[in-house]
Design a protein around this ligand. Structure first.
Ligand SMILES: O=C(O)CCCC[C@@H]1SC[C@@H]2NC(=O)N[C@@H]21
Length: 236
């Protein structure tokens, strides 16, 4: 079920507030906004609310038997990738970048924000369907730059269906299958990356795949492999 609203602060904040207020949110329920006046991205950044873009959130209630909650970002990335694929004249341009981004070429097309409340995780997704912001520190793009602007409501239906499919696979087949499929949609191995951790320290290296738990593997200059559990990753 998708609930569409014209304007809100942030669809993630709304679902977190509903959970905090004791409301039971069903998995498969989505909140999608035309405008977000306080949309949030990762690392405390703002999220651009371009008219015609997709901005929506859903909830996953994690069970002890589920794979680690953080890997919902990889599952959401796959759902995004599969939904955007038919909209790209050149699908080879579409690539997942760890942990939460979908790129078109070298520019960011979509992002994912996970926010937990107890065992429930709100998964927020923003996709530049119609418009992309000009940002000083990273390249961004929109699907409208490579084809007709996708209809937001139809996109929302397709994404929610694909997300439900990926969630079922995550639970049924486990993380290994998700990781294998994610790697099939990811930037090529050896892609130069720079990683900024929570203390804003940065290190550069090459993309060397994913660890068993979904962490990033970064090959450093001396050929050692560093396991990155969290951070902001940019193309170097
Ligand atoms: O790449 C990122 O930094 C994550 C962006 C997540 C944006 C979406 S838009 C819908 C939901 N509501 C928010 O406030 N943020 C997420």
């Amino acid at each position: 079920m998708i609930e569409f609203v014209q304007e809100t602060g942030s669809t993630n904040s709304d679902l977190l507030a509903r959970l905090a207020g004791g409301e039971h949110l069903h998995e498969g329920q989505w909140l999608v906004a035309d405008r977000q006046i306080a949309g949030r991205g990762r690392q405390g950044r703002d999220w651009f609310d371009g008219s015609g873009n997709f901005m929506g959130s859903t909830v996953v209630h994690c069970a002890p038997s589920d794979p680690p909650a953080a890997t919902l970002a990889l599952l959401a990335g796959l759902a995004l990738y599969e939904t955007c694929l038919p909209l790209c004249p050149d699908p080879s341009l579409l690539k997942l970048k760890w942990p939460n981004d979908l790129l078109l070429g070298r520019a960011k097309l979509a992002g994912i924000l996970l926010e937990a409340q107890g065992a429930s995780v709100v998964v927020g997704i923003g996709v530049n369907l119609a418009a992309a912001p000009e940002l000083p520190d990273r390249a961004t793009t929109a699907l409208s730059r490579i084809g007709p602007v996708p209809a937001r409501d139809h996109f929302a239906e397709r994404l929610s269906t694909q997300f439900a499919t990926e969630l079922g696979r995550w639970r049924t087949y486990g993380l290994e299958t998700v990781l294998r499929r994610w790697m099939g949609a990811a930037l090529p191995l050896g892609t130069p990356l720079s990683v900024h951790d929570a203390d804003k320290k940065s290190q550069t290296g090459q993309f060397a795949g994913l660890a068993e738990d979904g962490s990033l593997l970064l090959r450093l200059e001396d050929d050692t492999i560093r396991v990155i559990h969290a951070g902001d990753v940019m193309l170097a």
